[in-house]
Design a protein around this ligand. Structure first.
Ligand SMILES: [Fe+2]
Length: 182
């Protein structure tokens, strides 16, 4: 029997929404592959840097893992610039929202604000203040954001650095993005 779909929400039924919910839950299983495809697409994004954004993502994640960061933080390191696959100027916010439902609030805020922390290392060249991170000094995630930015992210532009291959980090992507329940 063909399913009847509504043409406007204010004429919908509970049964139709139950069907939409179950279909949406099945769609969720596609999220890890979408994330992996976005990450792979970063191998074409250089934006003037000496390494691709895929290498940068892998190096940031590899450095985090070698410093014994948690799996969630390693995942965040891998995905922190994933927004550059869409739009570089607001990539931090895009990336943070992409991971938001799948990580803790602390990790979300680290990704959301990471450009403000990065500013210490180069904003002077654009005539902008390098101390934007000071606005977050009282946040419980401030120390993690400093470690993330200063010890990993801003150092992860070395083409000679031996990065973990994306395939080795793929289980993390599947673990975090594949288990979300609507
Ligand atoms: Fe970065």
């Amino acid at each position: 029997m063909a399913r009847e779909h509504f043409t406007r929400m204010d004429q919908s039924s509970e049964a139709q929404w139950q069907f939409i919910l179950s279909e949406t839950q099945q769609e969720q299983s596609l999220v890890p592959d979408r994330i992996l495809a976005m990450l792979r697409s970063l191998d074409k994004v250089y934006g003037g840097f000496g390494v691709s954004q895929l290498h940068h993502a892998l190096q940031t994640a590899t450095m985090a893992r070698r410093d014994n960061a948690s799996d969630e933080v390693v995942l965040a390191a891998l995905c922190h610039d994933i927004g550059k696959a869409i739009s570089i100027p607001n990539h931090a916010q895009i990336g943070a929202e992409i991971v938001r439902k799948y990580v803790s609030e602390h990790t979300y805020h680290v990704l959301r604000t990471h450009q403000d922390f990065q500013g210490r290392h180069y904003y002077e060249y654009f005539g902008q203040p390098g101390n934007l991170r000071d606005a977050y000094r009282n946040e419980p995630w401030f120390a993690l954001a400093e470690q993330f930015t200063d010890e990993w992210d801003q150092q992860a532009f070395d083409p000679a650095y031996k990065v973990l291959p994306l395939e080795e980090l793929e289980p993390l992507v599947r673990q975090f993005f594949g288990t979300f329940q609507i």
